[in-house]
Design a protein around this ligand. Structure first.
Ligand code: FCB
Length: 445
């Protein structure tokens, strides 16, 4: 069961909710550039206004307090703080996060900041982006600046959100900013993201500063027992989970994944000492879980985010799906948590994202999102079971507090437990918000 100190929270990210992209000295990010590219985002949507959280944060924090949230995971927009990605601090940008943090603390809500949730300053992309080693160094510098400003009020830091997405959706499939399709660059990006995390951890870690990273992990199973299916499962697990978990928790890349990736690139970009840094960096691990993956071998090569593994296919597990088309299976979360406990050195775990998009209907008396309640309830049951099995799970952040800009899908998918009317910016807590508030109040299910 959940102990009394369990951190019940909700999560958002800067570009998805803030808007105000040209205010108070914020520089352009790769997502501003990408969103302005024809056909990159459904409906031509952009984060220019989003949920207008930059102006409405006091009301949003009051809403969180009303729900009884104990923690709030948000991200800082690097281009607000260093508009060109390096050099002096833009104090007006930093002040926004000072005010947000203070407002949270006033309400007894623990600030849980993520330093990077994908909005890289455009000038750094112009100099090579994450495939360039220099970006890792710049990230550590930025982390130190933020830590200097907020280190007296923040105890738990997350460096990166989902480096897998930054690397492979950003630089291999081009579905995310900056929209490049260069598999070898994606592999370099993955390493430099991990290195940036390691360097940032060195810069900010201390007695009162605990450092973590958030990974999007999944539970992978093969469709059958054919060697090609087993190999597909090994490869996808390798790319999605072990490529990040092994360097972070064991200080080495997995040999089989390196061998798969040699089809794409050499590893000259991994310098002596990098893995030592990366492997010594974690005080806790953030896990984002949405859906399991069922995979099999394929005879037709496809280009996907799984570079170096063209002969794999994702199969249909036959389960109900969310509005994103993601299969609903809370069992996958339990399996994932047990696997982390069995295969890796113990480190406190936090679910930093879990949630679902559904086609919500606004009725005269609210938003009755029974599907979302069922999804969250099922996944929290898996969390409780995992804790029962000895998994050191310390907190849970629902994705998301607010409906928001869902990247290349624009404003279509709604993940919030609070509905946002984008025309009026009116917020309406959905049934799931009320349900979650009750779970928090009771300290469990
Ligand atoms: C995750 C992202 C988050 C949100 C959810 C649905 O991959 O971290 O920003 O888009 O998916």
């Amino acid at each position: 069961m959940f102990d009394p100190g369990f951190l019940w929270g909700a999560a958002t990210s800067s570009y998805q909710i803030e808007g105000a992209v040209a205010e108070d000295g914020r520089g352009p990010s790769i997502w501003d550039t990408f969103a302005a590219t024809p056909d990159a985002i459904q409906g031509g949507d952009t984060g220019a206004v989003a949920a207008d959280h930059y102006h409405r944060f006091p009301g949003d924090v009051a809403l969180m307090a009303g729900l009884g949230l104990r923690g709030y995971r948000f991200s800082l927009a690097w281009p607000r703080i260093q508009p060109t990605g390096s050099g002096a601090v833009n104090q007006r940008g930093l002040d926004f996060y000072r005010r947000l943090t203070d407002t949270l603390l006033d309400q007894g809500i623990q600030p849980w900041p993520t330093l990077y949730h994908w909005d890289l300053p455009q000038p750094l992309e112009d100099r090579g982006g994450w495939p360039a080693r220099d970006t890792a160094e710049r990230f550590a510098e930025y982390a130190a600046l933020v830590h200097e400003a907020l280190g007296d009020r923040v105890t738990h830091w997350t460096t990166l959100n989902e480096p897998w997405c930054s690397a492979f959706l950003g630089y291999a499939t081009g579905r995310h900013a900056p929209g490049r399709r260069e598999p070898a660059a994606a592999v370099r990006a993955a390493h430099h993201l991990l290195l940036g995390h390691g360097l940032a951890a060195e810069a900010i870690r201390g007695d009162d500063s605990h450092v973590g990273i958030t990974l999007n992990l999944t539970h992978v199973t093969p469709v059958g027992t054919e060697p090609a299916d087993l190999d597909a499962a090994r490869r996808i697990d390798g790319m999605q989970n072990r490529l990040f978990l092994d360097p972070l928790l064991r200080g080495a890349y997995p040999d089989d994944v390196l061998a798969d990736l040699r089809e794409v690139t050499g590893f000259g970009h991994v310098h002596d000492g990098d893995l030592k840094r990366i492997g010594a960096s974690l005080d806790h691990l953030g896990v984002n879980y949405y859906a399991p993956m069922l995979v099999g071998g394929s005879s037709t090569p496809t280009q996907s985010a799984y570079v170096g593994s063209p002969l794999v296919r994702v199969a249909d597990g036959g389960r109900p799906r969310t509005a994103m088309g993601w299969e609903i299976d809370e069992r996958g979360l339990l399996e994932l948590l047990l696997r982390l406990k069995d295969d890796y050195p113990a480190v406190p775990l936090y679910i930093t994202e879990n949630g679902a998009a559904f086609d919500d209907v606004v009725e005269h008396d609210g938003v009755h999102d029974a599907h979302r309640v069922a999804y969250l309830d099922g996944h929290l049951r898996s969390c409780a079971q995992a804790i029962g099995h000895g998994v050191p799970l310390k907190g849970y952040f629902v994705w998301s507090l607010l409906d928001n800009f869902e990247w290349s899908f624009g404003y279509g998918p709604r993940f919030g437990i609070v509905h946002v009317d984008y025309a009026t910016q009116h917020r309406t807590p959905k049934d799931s918000a009320r349900w979650y508030a009750e779970v928090i109040r009771r300290g469990g299910l």
